[in-house]
Design a protein around this ligand. Structure first.
Ligand code: HEC
Ligand code: HEC
Length: 214
């Protein structure tokens, strides 16, 4: 079984690469449109170089990075309430668990680590990571616009005291953020790669970190 699924994955990857090369060669300029219709990909930073206005470029870069931020892999842990959400459909977490002290679950209730361990456990469909915990209430993203999330993650009062360098580092390097690209089970990974996402966020910061309106 293991072998077969490994080959199937390889075939998929190879097929995807061939398709990517073909569409690039055949359609060239319309590659950007293809990226829009394929939420699984991120456009590279170089695709934004043609936007000369710094603020407009920053906003466009953040909108692209926003494809990751809006993904269920991030949103499920940055909920509007004390309760995480689950799966690609972002339904309320079953069983009922709440944030509790440090996002680790309520005292006397179910601690996250009762079920979520250091790594994904696909046999039981439970995701895992050494840092598994619910994001603090001031870092809630669900129900907010990308512009509101942008303003919030730049705000040291609400982002855990991170300056811009620390924020870029968190997005590009943090292992819990990185889980979003290897979520296990049948979960859809966040689009692109963490490296590409980190590059978009860094380019956004370098261009002055303007936020989308609204
Ligand atoms: C398992 C839960 C979990 C997942 C999944 C998760 N986060 Fe978080 N996130 C947290 C926790 C806990 C914190 C606070 C601790 C910290 O700053 O390291 C946090 C903080 C952050 C911060 C700090 C600033 C702020 O205002 O939110 C950013 C940025 C962030 N996460 C981005 C992401 C991105 C991007 C993804 C998806 C690729 C993601 N997170 C997925 C739990 C999660
Ligand atoms: C009783 C076991 C259990 C406990 C306790 C538990 N979880 Fe979960 N959690 C699960 C299972 C199982 C799934 C996968 C459900 C699925 O995908 O159908 C899950 C999924 C999730 C997801 C969704 C991942 C995704 O992107 O689809 C998040 C976020 C999450 N849990 C956060 C937490 C947090 C935070 C805590 C502690 C406050 C916690 N869980 C406590 C069992 C548990």
């Amino acid at each position: 079984m293991k072998q077969i699924s490994k080959y199937a994955v390889l075939a998929l990857v190879a097929g995807g690469m061939a398709a990517g090369v073909m569409s690039f060669a055949e359609f060239g300029a319309s590659e950007a449109d293809a990226a829009v219709s394929n939420p699984g990909k991120l456009q590279p930073v170089s695709a934004f170089a043609k936007i000369k206005n710094k603020n407009e470029r920053a906003v466009a870069l953040f909108n692209e990075a926003g494809k990751v931020i809006a993904s269920p892999r991030c949103m499920n842990c940055h909920p509007a309430t004390d309760r995480p959400t689950q799966t690609d459909s972002m339904r309320p977490h079953i069983p009922l668990v709440v944030r509790g002290e440090g996002g680790m679950g309520a005292a006397g209730g179910l601690a996250c680590t009762t079920c979520h361990h250091e790594a994904n456990f696909d046999a039981a469909n439970v995701p895992g990571n050494p840092k598994w915990a619910l994001a603090p209430a001031e870092m809630a993203w669900q129900g907010k616009s990308l512009g509101q999330i942008c303003a919030q993650i730049k705000d040291k009062e609400r982002n855990g005291g991170k300056d811009m360098a620390a924020l870029v580092h968190h997005m590009a390097e943090d292992e819990l953020v990185g889980w979003g690209w290897k979520p296990g089970g049948n979960r859809t990974p966040a689009p692109g790669t963490q490296k590409q996402f980190g590059e978009l966020i860094k380019a956004w910061a370098d261009a002055g970190a303007a936020c989308p309106k609204g």
